[in-house]
Design a protein around this ligand. Structure first.
Ligand code: 16G
Ligand code: ZN
Length: 529
């Protein structure tokens, strides 16, 4: 290691005195001006991680749905997964080391993680459209160059596109080509093959209005437009040319406020959707003829996909285990529908994509979605191999057709991480194949009224949770109070958890009416103090 270069370059990316940040659920996130030393050091860490696992590592500069002034950075592991938890701790140590200790901390990480510094390293870089992202990604490159290694800067890409590139690279092209064209071609081919199998073809064009949160999604969808078949017409709104990123629009805004985004004029019964700022989340919605807004969130997206997959799996007659993974935020009626009507096992895990992804890997077909619209489907290697074999060899027409649809689903879904573009195409294909309108989809079940609140407390970490964050262990007595409050209402449920991304405690409540959900959430918030 060239310590002189390390000293010289780290002095160009100084750490503000007293600043300590943590590698949280979605990497580091903060005001952009506080992040220069962090991204430089994450460039260093990406090289160490790459040497440790002998594979290409991804590094994405984005703060997703946060305001435009914020930014963030996260690392992507070899198969496109989130950074391994054991390395999150190294990331935090490296980020918070004082300048003079940097070398020591790097040496310690190398020892603990058995990093051989003589090995080759390779890093893929991507960034979102924030004004601060370009400069920050240059600082990432400085970090990479100090420790020495190859890198490829993809420039402006969605978060899931970067995950995809990393996975393609490390699987020697088995997952696809590690280029944007490769991504567009793979997805559009699978999509077109799928809708070709739709019996409702010959129907007029399918229109979809997309709110791109004034972010990267707009750019990438425009690039992809030439690859779409003529019967699918997408209309891009909030493309970033007029307004600020995530301002009064995007998936997070629509989900949290349960209302349409600004900048998108919605006619009754038109199918619309919103991406978030880095295009890894999606929610759908429409307005009925009476003018009421209907949100179709991640739970209902996961449900639609599960219905479709369950039917296909029944047709191919394989003993594949299908399961759905949710978090505590999943609407109670979605869980009931999946378990009782669809008869699919449902598992609940802690908030954060890495937890859902990890659990979903246990099944042949694991569908995971957070209510906020982040999700995908994972197919086990064995299931994928069997499905591809059935497509080639199966004599029974119905079975082979079903296998073919499953094969196209495998190719269309981004299995590395939730991907708004890919999820959108999956949903559009399923709606076309099943001949469903957005209202029919929405009518699968009715969401229980719910309320999400956040409160500021002196130290949010005094709240410790268990049972996938559904019960509070500490402070003592809190859970008993919540239990007593929940008993006062019908169809009710409530929980509190410390946020992993903000300095707040979150409160979720649901009940038979909106008034009751609001009252319960409020009462629980008082119990937190
Ligand atoms: C992050 C997570 C998201 C989760 C959210 C919860 C990833 C890529 N993103 O944005 O999945 O829903 O945090 O935030 O893991 P909270 O802890 O502040 O409620
Ligand atoms: Zn995001």
């Amino acid at each position: 290691m060239d310590f002189e270069a390390l000293r010289k370059y780290s002095a160009l990316h100084p750490k503000p005195a007293g600043l300590a940040l943590q590698y949280g659920t979605a990497g580091f996130r903060s005001k952009a001006e506080q992040l220069d030393h962090i991204v430089f050091r994450m460039g260093l860490l990406a090289i160490l991680r790459s040497k440790a696992v002998t594979a290409t590592i991804g590094i994405m500069v984005t703060a997703s749905h946060n305001p435009e002034e914020d930014n963030g950075v996260k690392l992507v592991d070899p198969l496109g997964e989130m950074l391994h938890p054991s390395w999150e701790e190294y990331a935090t140590q490296l980020a918070n080391a004082e300048e003079q200790d940097l070398q020591k901390v790097i040496t310690e990480i190398c020892q603990k993680a058995a990093v051989n510094l003589h090995k080759d390293a390779s890093v893929f870089i991507g960034r979102d459209t924030r004004p601060s992202s370009e400069k920050l990604s240059q600082s990432v490159i400085d970090g990479i160059q100090v420790l020495g290694g190859q890198y490829h800067d993809y420039g402006l890409v969605t978060t899931p596109q970067l995950h995809y590139m990393v996975c393609c690279q490390n699987t020697q092209g088995q997952y696809g080509k590690a280029t944007l064209e490769g991504y567009y071609e793979k997805l559009s081919k699978a999509f077109m093959e799928l809708i070709k199998q739709s019996h409702c073809s010959g129907e007029s064009q399918r229109h979809l209005k997309i709110d791109c949160a004034n972010g990267i999604g707009a750019l990438k969808l425009s690039e992809m437009k030439p690859y779409f078949p003529p019967e699918v017409v997408i209309h891009i709104y909030n493309d970033g040319t007029k307004e600020k990123l995530n301002h009064l629009c995007g998936a997070d805004f629509v989900k949290v406020h349960q209302k349409p985004p600004g900048g998108l004029d919605m006619k009754p019964n038109e199918r619309c959707c919103s991406f978030d700022g880095d295009a890894d989340r999606i929610v759908y919605y429409y307005k009925d003829t009476a003018g009421h807004f209907h949100l179709i969130d991640g739970d209902k997206i996961g449900t639609l996909i599960s219905i479709f997959l369950k039917e296909l799996l029944a047709k191919v007659k394989q003993d594949f285990k299908l399961a759905v993974v949710q978090t505590a935020y999943a609407n109670g009626n979605s869980t009931r529908y999946l378990q009782e009507t669809l008869k699919v096992p449902v598992h609940c895990v802690k908030t954060g994509v890495k937890h859902l992804h990890h659990k979903a890997q246990e099944f042949d077909v694991g569908v995971y979605f957070e209510a906020n619209g982040h999700g995908t489907v994972l197919f086990s290697k064995a299931a994928e191999t069997k499905i591809r074999q059935l497509v080639k060899e199966e004599k029974d027409d119905e079975k082979r057709e079903a296998a073919k649809m499953l094969e196209n689903m495998i190719d269309l879904i981004n299995q590395t991480v939730g991907d708004a573009v890919s999820d959108m195409l999956v949903i559009e294909a399923i709606l076309a194949l099943k001949g469903l309108t957005v209202q029919q989809w929405d009518a699968l079940y009715t969401d229980l009224p719910n309320r999400l609140l956040k409160v500021q407390v002196a130290d949010r970490h005094v709240i410790d949770t268990t049972d996938a964050e559904r019960r509070a262990l500490t402070p003592p007595g809190l859970q008993e109070k919540i239990d007593a409050l929940v008993k006062k209402y019908k169809l009710s449920r409530a929980f509190v958890r410390p946020s992993g991304t903000e300095d707040v405690v979150r409160i979720y409540a649901e009940a038979d009416t909106q008034e009751n959900a609001d009252a319960l959430a409020h009462e629980v918030s008082l119990a937190v103090f």
